[in-house]
Design a protein around this ligand. Structure first.
Ligand code: DMJ
Length: 446
């Protein structure tokens, strides 16, 4: 009898706590996110204008390759437009069309330049109709093409923008397979099929080299086609390959990609999904045997719930986002890598990454469950509490000590704050049926 009374009291207190939690004020949250975006953008304008990125602690600019490719303005332009920051968007666009020049003797990372620059230029072109943005995208696409000149068709990691000289035969699925949305869109907009052909071949050649149990490894030699690392997981180096196989089928209605996705996700769910006492996770296995090697999951892996939602598996997506939320609340902000069996941190940094927020956005869009608004608010409040500086936002060296790093990556403006904004904005702010986001959160028209 006593036990029943205690249990009843516990249920009452729990229900009371739930009811006592005030609902999230979406309008206020949307305004707060927009204000913090503007705050970050103004810091970039003040201390790093015309450069790639801002170092908020030292208040200095950072250029990836010595010379600027205007990484932050190109990556941020569609977010500025989406948030209705029209004066700032005009100023950024003017800077881009007047100053951005790809005729530079620098060796760039094909993957990073594609997802940030090509993706940013294409989405901004689709949003503004300014032909100068498409012209820049076309010029950049042409300069990246020599990267695909390998015996396998899978691209080198680096290409010199002026000379076309390539390097970096040792690559990985993410860098080989995360090009088709941008190159395919460029083909569609310029009527030049070569871009799509090259990127599609690279994706298919990679897929063809999957193991007998349909998994890919972590590193591959693009000249020989041999796997260099057989570690299979959904984290950095592989992550967006899966994302693009699915999104290729959605954005272009590509049936081959659809079938590649079905085969791949079946294998990922069979071999990587791991039921631990702390919930559902996706760990690391050997790509050939499927034998478990590492119970690790981190900030980058947290893109998977978003992709599961898009692939129609909301049930698994919900469970995995709960695990991600546990990873976040373990220290008040997520770490780069976590051992989910011992729940101990393996790599303590936080790079202002967006993936966990992106997943909350997709889940809220699909379910309208207010739990994802609560999660979004938790993520946002922690970022404000720990990463805000007097000149924008910065990374953390450690989520244990909360010691700050000194970089505001361009994807913080392109992705992290965009997905937070969209999470709280009315659904009408962006029609997810009409666009597909590239992996840098640039919306491309279907
Ligand atoms: C971004 O550049 C992209 O989201 C990429 O797919 C992974 N890394 C960063 C964000 O974490």
């Amino acid at each position: 009898m006593r036990q029943r009374i205690v249990a009843g009291a516990a249920v009452f207190l729990f229900a009371h706590a739930l009811l006592a939690t005030p609902p999230i004020d979406r309008v206020a949250m949307q305004a707060q996110v927009r204000a913090e975006f503007l705050y970050s953008w103004k810091a970039y304008e003040k201390y790093a204008w015309g450069h790639d990125e801002l170092r908020p602690l030292s208040k200095q600019p950072r250029d990836w390759y010595g010379e600027s490719l205007l990484m932050t303005p190109v990556d941020s332009l569609d977010t500025l437009l989406l948030m209705g920051l029209n004066d700032e968007a005009d100023k950024a666009k003017t800077l881009i069309v007047e100053k951005l020049n790809f005729d530079k003797d620098i060796s760039v990372k094909v993957f990073e330049i594609t997802i940030r620059e090509l993706g940013g230029l294409l989405s901004a072109y689709e949003m503004t109709g300014d032909p100068r943005l498409l012209h820049l995208a076309d010029d950049l696409g042409t300069r990246l093409l020599p990267a695909f000149n390998t015996p396998t068709g899978m691209p080198y990691m680096y290409v010199n923008l002026r000379t076309g000289k390539t390097s970096g035969a040792r690559s990985n699925p993410a860098e080989v397979g995360t090009l088709i949305l941008e190159f395919g869109t460029l083909s569609k907009l310029t009527n030049k099929p070569v871009y799509m052909e090259k990127a599609k071949r690279a994706l298919v050649e990679l897929y063809k080299r999957r193991s007998k149990i349909d998994l890919v490894g972590e590193e591959i030699d693009v000249e020989t086609g041999a796997w260099v690392s057989k570690a299979s997981h959904v984290g950095g180096g592989i992550d967006s390959y899966y994302e693009y196989v699915l999104k290729c089928s959605r954005l272009f209605g590509d049936k081959e990609c659809e079938s590649m996705w079905q085969t791949s996700i079946r294998a990922v769910n069979k071999h990587l999904a791991d039921e631990a006492p702390s919930g559902l996770w996706y760990g690391e296995v050997d790509m050939n045997s499927g034998k478990r090697t590492n119970p690790e999951f981190g900030a980058l892996h947290a893109f998977l719930p978003a992709v599961l939602v898009l692939g129609g598996d909301t049930k698994r997506a919900r469970r995995l986002e709960e695990s991600c939320f546990r990873m976040w609340t373990l220290s008040g902000i997520e770490s780069e890598v976590l051992n989910y069996r011992t729940m101990t941190i393996k790599s303590p940094g936080y790079q202002l990454r967006p993936e966990i927020i992106e997943s909350a956005y997709y889940l809220h869009h699909a379910t309208h469950d207010a739990r994802y608004l609560m999660m979004g608010k938790t993520y946002f409040d922690a970022i404000v509490a720990h990463c805000r500086t007097d000149a924008g936002y910065t990374t953390l060296k450690s989520v244990v000590t909360m010691e700050k790093g000194d970089l505001m990556p361009s994807y913080f403006l392109a992705e992290t704050l965009k997905y937070l904004y969209l999470l709280f904005a009315p659904d009408s702010a962006l029609d997810l049926d009409k666009v597909g986001f590239n992996t840098e959160a640039h919306p491309l028209r279907r």
